[in-house]
Write a protein that binds this ligand. Structure first.
Ligand SMILES: [Zn+2]
Length: 167
């Protein structure tokens, strides 16, 4: 698999290739001035799938596609095309052409897009690996929970603001 490594505060350190079979304990991403240590303990499930972030140890990962889907645009243009022909406006050939172009892009996205795993806490991205079914898409509730857990300084600050606001 390959990993776009980030630090706890989200700084990009660069991409590294990691062999899941050998489980290296340290890597040196391109932009880093020191090694990043990898935590494999409990990070891989029985089936060999990654279930936790090996750079920060967080157990919350979400799946994400490397390319956005354009299917809504296909539907929109099809609708526009239908409307134009129904209203009997001049040739709708250009809409048909546009529809074909977007459809081709749509299929291309389906073929070439790769699903990746992203760590909620540090934002490290794991690509080119088998992904277990239990990983879900990004969930704002989980993201919020992690921010609250991870940033006691931040929540203190918010609490203080609240108090100042009410006094
Ligand atoms: Zn992480």
């Amino acid at each position: 698999m390959h990993v776009d490594v980030r630090t706890q505060d989200g700084t990009r350190l660069g991409r590294v290739k990691i062999d899941q079979a050998t489980r290296p304990i340290r890597v040196r991403p391109g932009n880093a001035d020191r090694d990043t240590f990898l935590e494999w303990e409990n990070a891989v499930d029985d089936a060999g799938h990654l279930r936790a972030c090996i750079t920060c140890g967080d157990r919350h990962l979400y799946r994400s596609r490397s390319l956005p889907q354009v299917t809504p645009f296909v539907a929109l243009i099809a609708l526009a095309g239908a409307t134009v022909s129904l209203l009997g406006f001049a040739t709708s050939t250009w809409i048909l052409n546009l529809l074909i172009v977007v459809l081709v892009i749509d299929i291309g996205v389906l073929v070439f897009a790769r699903t990746r795993l992203v760590c909620y806490r540090c934002g490290s991205i794991y690509g080119n690996l088998p992904i277990a079914r239990y990983h879900r898409g990004w969930d704002p509730a989980v993201a919020e929970k992690i921010v609250n857990e991870e940033d006691p300084a931040d929540s203190n600050r918010l609490g203080r603001q609240d108090r100042e606001g009410t006094s």
